[in-house]
Design a protein around this ligand. Sequence first.
Ligand SMILES: Cc1cc2nc3c(=O)[nH]c(=O)nc-3n(C[C@H](O)[C@H](O)[C@H](O)COP(=O)(O)OP(=O)(O)OC[C@H]3O[C@@H](n4cnc5c(N)ncnc54)[C@H](O)[C@@H]3O)c2cc1C
Length: 400
Amino acid sequence: MGSMQGDTARFDVAIVGAGIVGASIAWWLARLQPGLSVALIERDAGFEWASSQRSASSIRQQFSIPVNIEMSRFGLEFLSEAESLLSVDGESPAIGLTLPGYLYLASEAQAAGLRAQNAIQRAQGAAIDLLTPTELSARFPWLHTDDLALGAFGGGCEGWFDGPALHAAMVRSARAQGAQLIKGEATSFTHSGSGKLARVSGVQLNDGRLIECGLAVNAAGAWSRHLVASLGISLPVHARRRTVFVLSCPTPLPDCPLIIDPSGFWFRPEGRQFIFGTTPDPDTDDLPLEPNLIEFDEHTWAALAQRVPAFESVRVERAWAGYYEMNLFDHNALIGTWPGIEGLLIATGFSGHGMQQAPAAGRGIAELILNGRYTTLDLSALSPARLLNGQALMEANVIG
Ligand SMILES: Cc1cc2nc3c(=O)[nH]c(=O)nc-3n(C[C@H](O)[C@H](O)[C@H](O)COP(=O)(O)OP(=O)(O)OC[C@H]3O[C@@H](n4cnc5c(N)ncnc54)[C@H](O)[C@@H]3O)c2cc1C
């Protein structure tokens, strides 16, 4: 337990942001070292704006770089056991994990790239099958395949889950294990010294309270850039709005996976309906979190119906929007310490894959805090140091 005296409280670790990433860090810290005092600082009491409540909550193995595949493979392991791992007082959350697969579709020009990625995924132990257009038609008779050269399908190891339920369960379980949720808005990290000698020593809240800590973590998602600006850190993590459309279609599509069209849009079943999204153009920072309905225009509808003829009679039922915390440097998470600043760790920039990577990111940050190094999965490829030495770790498969 942290101690509170007047407007100052003291904790071993203070985490800003109780989205899935911050909550996972708190959960792993409390699990790996019971008795450690952990503060989870959150300004949005109902998580109204958190990306973790506005996600498409899907999990895949089809990434282009090994560390992402490894993180998601661990994510799947965690999700498979989440209902017991996150149970509190004998009550298990319903996470709703289902694994119908992702299906990446490639045109002739994209097929070589899909094959090369498949070799990387298979080398990591991911069971992703390459399917010819004939095999695609046999398996998914409702799919138009004439313009396709190849598909990559991960049935049984990829799918989706109830993200808001996972997030809520992670927060609840982290608290039950001893993490303390502090309602408040962080304005900055306090520090002693400057330049290369700076050491973060606390988190300042906008109501005057100060949370002193041994170590601080920035897990503030799409808002994480602003929080470290006063330390002279320039995080390339930008809030990019993504709209998700809920569609209904009178014709069922048996065994429909999450499909990524060669043109970039994606869709998947959600109960009896479907959800759909695409990459907005232009893609601007900090747009209001209202769905951009014009993203589903006549062209979108025609492209969707071209891929699945039954979607001729598709109807938009509703839509929502959330922020991708997009790392514009290389579309990959930034996980670890910040070179030259003591006492600060960051976990942000997941660029559309943070729900599935949160279990591995949380465990990784907890290991760094408790042991000074990774002891299970080595996440050092995702160190923020790469921003400073200019070595991008580009992820080719960013959806939407
Ligand atoms: C439309 C959409 C679809 C997605 N689809 C997928 C998917 O299919 N699979 C997948 O893995 N990922 C997906 N993602 C990405 C995933 O949802 C995010 O990567 C993940 O939720 C990020 O979690 P987070 O905890 O970092 O951020 P958030 O959930 O946004 O949490 C950050 C928290 O920090 C708080 N905060 C910020 N600043 C402060 C401050 N100054 N003081 C106090 N609190 C603060 C915020 O209130 C917020 O609650 C999707 C995202 C969107 C928007």
